[in-house]
Design a protein around this ligand. Structure first.
Ligand code: URA
Length: 211
């Protein structure tokens, strides 16, 4: 028997979301499932909140105004979106772009975990409090943004040690001058975080400012 490729495993997760009828109310109102996009072999995974209008239309995460801003910030650190993997915690567009509900995040979490288990990134960047709280329940994004932490993700097979970085959500920061600048500043420190994640295994907590 051949062991399944990452592509096949991710396709299986996508099929399971449909088969398991995750969040049927959201599914009913959405055009399609927005699963994820980018390099499935990347060391870096970005996780947003939920698809918006453009994402719902195209089936791709972060392709609207927030996505353009994300692309610009990636460019400032020498990355393209095809160099990273991008997904969301909630994979159907909530009606009128309302915030995802706690039970919607909870229902999608096992599938996000499976995505991470397949991709096995070294760095997970949460965009906004909805994605961040999946890793750190109760985390305050206004005080913790830009502070990287090493976390162990407990998977069904072996565990995965990652560096977790919570950031402001680009859609929230886009039209808010000071939040926007803070997000841009936090972004410029990502290369050092990636480097640290690749080289150092033995720090417990790492603050961007300390690198
Ligand atoms: N687009 C996405 O895909 N996710 C978000 O969180 C916002 C916009």
């Amino acid at each position: 028997m051949h062991s399944r490729t990452k592509e096949e495993l991710l396709e299986q997760i996508k099929r399971d979301i449909l088969k398991d009828r995750v969040c049927p109310e959201l599914a009913k109102n959405a055009t399609q499932l927005v699963f994820g996009d980018g390099d499935i072999n990347s060391d870096i995974v970005f996780i947003g909140e939920a698809p918006g209008k453009r994402e719902d239309e195209t089936g791709l995460p972060f392709v609207g105004a927030a996505g353009k801003f994300l692309d610009e910030m990636l460019k400032t650190i020498g990355l393209k979106r095809s160099d990273v993997y991008i997904t969301n915690i909630v994979k159907y567009r909530p009606p009128n772009n309302r915030d995802p509900l706690p039970e919607e995040k909870k229902d999608f979490l096992p599938y996000l975990q499976r995505q991470l288990e397949v991709i096995r990134p070294k760095v997970v960047i949460a965009l906004g409090r909805h994605a961040a709280s999946c890793f750190h329940p109760g985390l305050s994004i206004s005080s913790e943004h830009g502070r990287a932490k090493r976390l162990t993700l407990a998977f069904s097979g072996d565990n995965l040690s990652i560096v977790f970085l919570p950031l402001f959500h680009p859609a929230a920061a886009l039209y808010n001058g000071s939040m926007r600048q803070t997000l841009i500043d936090d972004f410029t420190r990502i290369p050092a975080i990636i480097k640290a994640a690749e080289t150092s295994q033995n720090y417990k907590q790492l603050t961007l400012k300390q690198i």
